[in-house]
Design a protein around this ligand. Structure first.
Ligand code: CTP
Ligand code: MG
Length: 231
């Protein structure tokens, strides 16, 4: 079973505080977005990459994609994003080759997802219809209101959620349409499945290295991860 991927790059990268969108920043010799783009291009099960971008970065990204893809690799469609991540995903969903396909949604700001993780996520979604990557929380988590600790949340059941997240296109389209109608914004795609469908979302163990580059110090961590992978 093949899949299509929506690769998100249409954010602003405000928290990174750089002069340009963080997915275009260079991380040891290549732009952040190239890492995950290459990983999906190298997955034989990936049949279509829908790259969601800002309008004024489309030219640049189209040139980059052209340079990076080889003749026999899967097609890349460039699509305009929306003002919220959720709307960017929705714009991507409308461009699926076939909504009956499995679709993965991935943050372009997560360069370090591996082929092995894509494989285990894919295996799971085929069995359960909805599956996401994540890792158990390591820190102690407390609920704090107005600077005062209310409680310590039992950690055993807490996971940090990552991307990719994998679903069937028809299921994800349906919940996105419902959310749009109600003007509900979820923080990830699985939360829409949880809210608007009866599907159970399966957890797949990712890696603590599958970080999202969000603030400047994440770039340093990112450099260390690239170097470790190369050595
Ligand atoms: N994204 C998107 N469209 C949006 C907002 C975000 O495609 N309207 C993408 C980003 O490009 C990123 C991913 O969603 O790859 C995760 O979002 P986030 O880390 O929040 O990135 P930004 O929104 O760009 O960063 P910030 O919130 O700091 O501005
Ligand atoms: Mg954001």
């Amino acid at each position: 079973l093949d899949y299509e991927v929506i690769l998100l790059a249409a954010g602003q990268g405000k928290r990174m505080g750089a002069s340009r969108n963080k997915i275009l920043l260079h991380l040891i010799g290549k732009p952040v977005i190239s890492y995950s783009l290459q990983t999906f291009l190298n997955d034989p099960a990936c049949k279509h990459i829908i790259l969601v971008t800002q309008e004024d970065e489309q030219q640049l990204l189209a040139t980059m994609v052209k340079k990076e893809t080889k003749r026999n690799q899967c097609p890349v469609t460039i699509v305009s994003g929306g003002c919220e991540r959720q709307y960017s995903v929705y714009n991507g969903l409308k461009r699926l080759l076939n909504p009956e396909n499995i679709v993965m949604v991935h943050d372009g700001a997560r360069p370090f997802v591996t082929l092995a993780q894509l494989k285990s996520l894919h295996r799971k979604v085929v069995k359960t219809r909805a599956a996401i990557l994540g890792v158990p929380v390591k820190d102690t988590i407390k609920r704090v209101v107005d600077g005062i600790v209310q409680e310590t949340v039992p950690r055993e059941t807490l996971w940090q959620i990552q991307t990719p997240q994998a679903f069937y296109g028809t299921d994800l389209l349906a919940v996105h349409e419902q959310a749009k109608q109600e003007e509900y914004l979820g923080t990830d795609d699985a939360s829409l499945i949880e809210k608007y469908s009866n599907l159970a979302v399966s957890m797949v163990l990712g890696s603590y290295e599958n970080i999202k580059l969000t603030t400047p110090e994440d770039m340093l961590t990112g450099e260390a991860i690239v170097k470790r992978k190369r050595s």
